[in-house]
Design a protein around this ligand. Structure first.
Ligand code: PEP
Ligand code: MN
Length: 344
């Protein structure tokens, strides 16, 4: 960390910074320059409270030389993390893994119908929310435990693995009893007790980027899970809030190569929430796999116009089948392959 002093900073102000750094338990190296003095903080273990230094009179700016996260970084671990799921399925290797299903589990008939349809099209993981984080308290909140039981049934019938959201620490055991991957939704990306709790399980975690989160904040949230001992984390780009109402969110494709450079963790893409519009999902799914996404998560509903949540961004099974066909072709060109459903 470099503390850059203002042009006219006094010797007294420089020594206050040096003294404060030493009080914090680090070494300070003052580097007087022609224009201004910079002070290097040596021995940064990631625990430095920069705001204590930023508040000292005469400090112009603080430059972070190292990243604030550790265990999620490529510097910490250079080889990519492979998340291992049941049935030999992995995320983060050569295979591109497709998760698909409805936004919400609505009924037994709905989830079983969609599970068979997405499996036939080539998905290997079934998505579906039983506990739904809804913007309005009056909107459909999900079927809860009954929804989990229906997901278990769909898993038994189709062999698909399950990804489903957990919203609070107290529900982690119930959700983990059914889910192969615990989904942490965008609204909970910074729910630190929840992150710590899933970090103490052995279950893979899919961590979605927060609605207005930077990539650094996403990686720091993942750091919470790794810091508790669980390194089976899959990141998910699902769009961030922008100023343009043309789409629900701004789908940040660049996040995929940026995360791959900064971190060893796999990252998948959610073009359904990323765009919010059915006709934009397939083009952005194509773009995401071309950009190197390690997987896709796609909302599919047998009758999107009757969906209890996110119907406008849900594909029909036919549209999803076509998405798979197009993405397979792209995945092949970049030397990867789409993970295929295991024989049941
Ligand atoms: C979802 O996957 O249905 C969902 C609620 O996503 P997000 O947390 O990204 O909004
Ligand atoms: Mn949804």
């Amino acid at each position: 960390m470099l503390i850059v002093m203002e042009h006219g900073a006094t010797a007294e102000q420089v020594s206050t910074v040096v003294r404060t750094i030493e009080e914090m338990g680090y070494q300070a190296r003052a580097m007087p320059g022609k224009q201004r003095t910079a002070i290097g903080l040596v021995g940064n273990d990631g625990k430095v409270d920069a705001s204590r230094l930023a508040g000292i009179a005469g400090v112009l700016e603080i430059i972070h030389v190292t990243q604030p996260y550790k265990q999620v970084s490529r510097e910490w671990k250079s080889e990519s993390t492979i998340v291992r799921l049941g049935g030999g399925l992995t995320i983060g290797g050569d295979e591109v893994v497709v998760m698909a299903g409805p936004c919400s589990v609505e009924s037994e008939a709905q989830i079983l119908q969609v599970a068979h349809a997405v499996r036939d099209a080539g998905a290997v993981i079934l998505r579906g929310g039983a506990f739904k984080p809804r913007t309005s308290p009056y909107a459909f909140q999900g079927l809860g435990l009954k929804g989990l039981a229906l997901l278990r049934k769909a898993r038994e019938e189709t062999g698909l693995l399950i990804v489903t959201e957990v919203m609070e620490p107290a529900a982690v055991d119930d959700v983990a009893a059914v889910a192969d991957i615990l989904q942490i939704g965008a609204r909970n990306m910074q729910n630190y007790p929840l992150l710590r709790r899933v970090g103490r399980t052995k279950k893979p975690v899919m961590l979605k980027r927060g609605i207005a989160a930077t990539i650094s904040e996403l990686l720091l949230s993942a750091e919470y899970v790794l810091a508790e001992g669980n390194d089976q984390v899959i990141l998910c780009e699902r769009g961030v809030r922008g100023f343009d109402p043309a789409t629900r969110n701004v789908f940040d494709l660049t996040a995929i190569p940026v995360v791959h450079k900064l971190s060893h963790l796999p990252i998948i893409a959610d073009p359904s929430h990323g765009t919010g519009l059915r006709d934009k999902v397939t083009p952005m799914a194509r773009a995401a796999v071309a950009a190197g996404a390690d997987g896709l998560i796609i909302e599919v509903h047998p009758q999107p116009e009757r969906a209890l949540s996110d119907g406008a961004q849900s594909l029909t099974p036919e549209q999803f089948t076509e998405l798979m066909r197009q993405c397979r072709a792209i995945v092949e060109v970049i030397g990867r392959r789409v993970a295929e459903p295991a024989a049941v």
